[in-house]
Design a protein. Structure first.
Length: 78
């Protein structure tokens, strides 16, 4: 069995922007883990690309991931 890529060595980031980028990456990796067929994911993009409710739901997933990362980084307080 192939060892999966370690795309999450830490939740710690230097800046909120890096935290946001990590949140987006986590959301994308979660979708890929749920829908493992890349061709199916590609086909489904057209469905959600023009669906406001699905786009908002995607943004909510990213926001939840970002909340977790921000908390892990003590909200970047010095």
């Amino acid at each position: 069995m192939e060892t999966p890529e370690n795309y999450l060595p830490s939740l710690m980031t230097e800046t909120p922007m890096q935290g946001r980028e990590l949140a987006i990456k986590l959301a994308r990796k979660s979708i890929a883990a749920i829908q493992t067929d890349p061709d199916t994911r590609k086909k489904l993009r057209n469905d959600y690309a023009s669906n406001t409710a699905q786009l908002i739901a995607s943004a909510q997933v990213i926001a939840t991931e970002f909340q977790t990362i921000a908390a892990a980084n003590n909200y970047w307080k010095k």
